[in-house]
Design a protein around this ligand. Structure first.
Ligand code: ZN
Ligand code: ZN
Length: 265
């Protein structure tokens, strides 16, 4: 039988020496941090093509995999690895990632599919039934000369975490302070519950560059501040809107919050 050629032409950008963004065809960002002894892959993408081959093209060191949260666009490729670290509050969600869920997600990515010529045929099953390892607040990844700290910041999902590279002054914030902030999903917190985590991300990002799970641009602190102000305003206002999902825009930043009116406080 003819072996299928799996896509490995991910766009890889070296953000700093030995720290890479692996752009999974504009669907999601994965980040690879290479230390002296180990490497850490933050998120696996949806599972398009063969991400292990991409990682192996960069480093031959042992690689740990850790997730910013349990969504299928960030952990859909987990089965390329034997284990993945995930916050316990998102473990159940991560176990439920199915081929159908990943396919459904890809069907919503019209522009990315067109730009890169990717399709459902490019979703790969991986090589293992990956097992989760619980990763709590305060977990440290010592990569040798590089330390990665884990902070629990519930909001976009209850088990969302951010990773801080201590020596490099970089924060990877997953989907928790994206310019298009989704708080309407089934596993999201209320708008009010998101605020303390966002304030924490803001203070942990001080003096750092903050990279998120989608798009190439770093998240500026002014954007997070504007979203927190907007969230506080939404909580103050309360909600009497009959629609299932509403979009609120920041007055002074190009950012917004997608939320459920019945799930604000
Ligand atoms: Zn997400
Ligand atoms: Zn995402």
């Amino acid at each position: 039988m003819k072996k299928r050629n799996l896509r490995t032409d991910f766009e890889v950008t070296e953000l700093k020496p030995d720290i890479y963004r692996i752009n999974e065809f504009d669907v999601a960002n994965c980040y690879l941090v290479v230390g002296e002894k180990r490497a850490l892959l933050i998120d696996t993408g949806t599972g398009i093509g063969n991400i292990v081959a991409v990682v192996r093209g960069i480093t031959s060191l042992p690689v740990d995999v850790a997730a910013t949260h349990g969504h299928p666009d960030h952990l859909g490729g987990k089965n390329w690895f034997k284990h993945y670290y995930v916050h316990p509050d998102d473990e159940k969600m991560s176990r439920k990632i199915s081929p159908a869920l990943r396919a459904g997600l890809l069907l919503f990515q019209g522009p990315a599919r067109k730009k890169y010529g990717i399709g459902l045929r490019d979703l790969t099953p991986g090589e293992h039934p990956a097992e989760p390892i619980p990763m709590e607040e305060g977990h440290l990844f010592d990569l040798g000369g590089r330390t990665v700290e884990v902070y629990h910041t519930p909001g976009h999902t209850r088990g969302s975490v951010i990773f801080k590279l201590v020596e490099d002054q970089i924060v990877f914030s997953g989907d928790d302070v994206n310019p298009f902030l989704f708080l309407f999903l089934p596993g999201s917190t209320t708008v009010r519950e998101w605020i303390p985590g966002a304030e924490r991300i803001l203070s942990l990002s001080e003096g750092c560059v903050n990279y998120c799970g989608h798009g190439a641009d770093p998240v500026p602190p002014e954007q997070i501040r504007a979203q927190i102000r907007l969230a506080e305003e939404l909580v103050r206002r309360g909600n009497r809107f009959p629609l299932p999902v509403r979009i609120a825009k920041c007055a002074d930043a190009g950012a917004m919050i997608f939320y459920r009116p019945a799930h604000v406080k």
